[in-house]
Design a protein around this ligand. Structure first.
Ligand SMILES: CC[C@H](C(=O)O)C(=O)SCCNC(=O)CCNC(=O)[C@H](O)C(C)(C)COP(=O)(O)OP(=O)(O)OC[C@H]1O[C@@H](n2cnc3c(N)ncnc32)[C@H](O)[C@@H]1OP(=O)(O)O
Ligand code: CO
Length: 135
């Protein structure tokens, strides 16, 4: 089953400007910025109480974030859920009829293994699954 909301992904055009904006909004600075080359994104993470906000900026026009912003503008891009066993969850979700975008979990930001479900099968919400990578 899916656990807590691990983070809310927000697509932004200008990461520096959005870092400043979210620092003002949340009252705390980004605790980590990390490039994920496989996704052509740079991420910036903020803590908001128990929750995490992930700002994402594209590093390439082919990035999912660039395409999203081009089509829909800046805004909430995805909701990420924590899972204990991502492979087991992907099998469960596939059996439930959800469309898995990457059947093989991939390395995401913030020390996670991640996978995505197609938003067409989740009422228009891009869902990400995140499993903590234990060293
Ligand atoms: C992994 C690093 C980091 C982390 O947390 O660790 C990240 O979170 S990286 C986040 C960026 N990476 C991804 O989003 C990977 C998964 N995304 C995809 O594979 C694509 O973006 C996909 C398939 C969701 C959309 O692909 P594309 O934009 O090429 O297709 P369309 O534009 O034709 O979209 C199809 C359909 O889906 C709607 N759509 C697209 N993006 C979203 C979204 N974020 N939320 C909701 N809906 C979305 C789009 O509007 C189209 O619908 P339609 O009604 O046909 O307009
Ligand atoms: Co994410």
């Amino acid at each position: 089953m899916l656990g807590k909301i691990e983070h809310l992904g927000i697509a932004v055009k200008d990461l520096e400007a959005s870092n400043n904006l979210y620092e003002k909004l949340l009252g705390t600075a980004s605790y980590k910025m990390e490039e994920v080359k496989t996704e052509n994104v740079i991420t910036s993470f903020f803590k908001a109480g128990e929750n995490k906000i992930e700002l994402l900026a594209a590093t390439d026009p082919e990035s999912a974030i660039a395409k999203f912003i081009e089509k829909r503008g800046e805004g909430i891009h995805h909701v990420a859920f924590a899972v204990e066993d991502i492979k087991k969850e992907l099998t469960r979700l596939e059996n439930e009829g959800f469309t898995i975008l990457n059947k093989e979990p991939k390395k995401g930001a913030d020390n996670k293994l991640v996978a995505f479900l197609h938003p067409k099968g989740t009422n228009g919400v891009l869902v990400e699954l995140c499993q903590e990578i234990n060293e």
